[in-house]
Write a protein that binds this ligand. Sequence first.
Ligand SMILES: *Cc1c(COP(=O)(O)O)cnc(C)c1O
Length: 234
Amino acid sequence: MTNVTQNLLKIRRRIQQTCDSCGRDPAEVHLLAVSKKHPAAAIRVAFEAGQKAFAENFVQEALGKQRQLQNLAIEWHFIGHIQSNKTREIATCFDWVHSIDRLKVAKKLSAHRPPEQTDLDVCLQVALADESGKSGVQPDRLADLASQVAALPRLRLRGLMCIPPASREPPRQRHWFARLASLRNELSQLGLGLDTLSMGMSNDLEAAIAEGSTLVRLGTAVFGPRPSGIDPAT
Ligand SMILES: *Cc1c(COP(=O)(O)O)cnc(C)c1O
């Protein structure tokens, strides 16, 4: 059985050491615990160990766990592919959405965000490598999408997210993260100031932090291996 509390301590140390070696303040790097395929009980353990932000990929699975954990002040992030018939539930039940890659979905999230809730924090998912079938806006269409999303009511455009091609080689990992960071800089030159780079997973968080990540999304490192082999990230 994986010890979630121990894992969280190890991750905090990894983040601290990486920040030390690249001269960053660890307070700038937020940890998002990716709980897809793990039960509500595991989330509760992590919460009790001080972890407050959790991410889910599937709406139905997430809603079930949210019902079981209603009494906990969890910040919920949606990081999965967004089906346009699920935007009402996503806009109502999450605090953040990382995976917007088209205007149609952004408009629906904007329309469905209940007025009594605070603005929905959102990131745009960028397709960095030319891999057909993967989600994400192409870099050459990013500036248009970003300015359109920034203009929508009830959404607050916070940043960019990526899931780069898997690689075990740090220079290769850093290449993609540096691309996302430079896209963010290009947007800020256009007047769109974004404070969030959602990048880095269990196997590449050091590379992501070295390139400026402000939010790492860790599943396996927190909860151990997922029960099923199907990985919705790919
Ligand atoms: C599953 C998933 C993660 C976490 O992956 P690990 O390798 O288990 O840390 C991060 N981001 C997204 C979008 C995911 O789908």
